[in-house]
Design a protein around this ligand. Structure first.
Ligand code: GLN
Length: 306
């Protein structure tokens, strides 16, 4: 069954009471100030039809959702083995910003969707692109069919001022030989990607290539191959929600990616892309009401990859 706008509104009303039970990300002031009651959802069908409800046109910080875009860019620039010898494909079972496994596993991050993995991917982009921030923005604007998407400079600057942990992760990997460029310029790019300001509608459009065998909305050419799109969905299903990936698979049953800005993108391969936003997070750093909304939607429209 196709979701209607009425169904989306009903779902938002059902999950709204959860607001107050989570915690807005507060590691940087720019995120701590986001109003916790924001709640939005957008569904983009592979034919481009959008169904939406709530605060779905308001831009927010996409944070770790950008890690999927970095990997997508890297896949277009590198052979698969060049990527997978530097970053793994296994769920970490640890927090997104954990360093525990890095020391034990020779500086090779478990997967590209935890911070360590995304930093390696950012390092790879830095090595191959003369203006990685420019290229990323160009790609996102194209995928979202929205030329007005910007980097939120305040968020990016705030991240840079509180960068000790991510810098430590990068330096540790560098000490193992798994980081080729100077740390600070790569960090600055990584934080800009995280600071992309996009709405649920932008996100649902942007990631529709993963629901459509690598073909972006309105495009004639794929951005990743059908095989790469399948592989990316597998990684999202197993690693996209960090140490909450199992819980998300159990409750929602779709490949997904979250960010500490409170956004989550979920894919129904062959059919649609869903984006939700609610800033309060659960202990794993995933949107609390956002996950509940996706769980309800999956159940009501009878979709699951399992
Ligand atoms: N900018 C955040 C960080 O690097 C992104 C983390 C996230 O969204 N999970 O810590």
């Amino acid at each position: 069954m196709k979701p209607t706008e009425q169904l989306l509104n009903e779902i938002l009303d059902e999950v709204r009471p959860l607001i107050g039970q989570g915690k807005v990300a507060d590691y940087i002031p720019a995120l701590a100030e986001v109003p916790p009651h924001k709640l939005g959802i957008a569904v983009c069908y592979n034919d481009g039809e959008i169904i939406q409800a709530g605060d779905c046109e308001e831009g927010f910080s996409i944070q770790s959702i950008s890690k999927v875009l970095s990997l997508t860019l890297a896949m277009s620039l590198y052979e698969p083995e060049e990527i997978w010898q530097r970053v793994g494909k296994e769920p970490s079972g640890h927090a997104f910003n954990s360093m525990i496994q890095l020391e034990l596993e020779n500086g090779i991050p478990r997967n590209p969707f935890i911070n360590a993995g995304a930093l390696v991917v950012s390092d790879m982009l830095h090595s191959r692109l003369s203006a990685p921030q420019y290229r990323m923005l160009e790609l996102v604007r194209e995928l979202a069919c929205n030329p007005h998407i910007i980097y939120d400079k305040t968020v990016a600057a705030s991240e840079m001022q509180h960068s000790d942990r991510n810098a430590s992760i990068a330096y540790l990997m560098r000490s193992f030989g798994n980081f080729q460029n100077e740390v600070m310029p790569v960090l600055s790019n990584y934080f800009s990607y995280c600071a992309l300001k996009m709405s649920c509608v932008d996100l649902a459009r942007t990631f529709s290539y993963l629901a459509n065998k690598g073909l972006p909305l309105g495009a004639k050419k794929t951005i990743v191959t059908q095989t790469q799109s399948k592989q990316m969905n597998a990684l999202l299903a197993t690693c996209g929600l960090y140490d909450g990936a199992g819980e998300f698979a159990y409750r929602v049953g779709m490949p997904g990616k979250s960010g500490v800005g409170g956004g989550i993108v979920a894919i129904v391969p062959g059919e649609m892309t869903i984006a939700v936003w609610s800033p309060e997070l659960d202990p794993s750093g995933n949107s609390l009401a956002g996950t509940a909304a996706l769980e309800l939607l999956a159940e009501r429209i009878g979709r699951s990859i399992f």
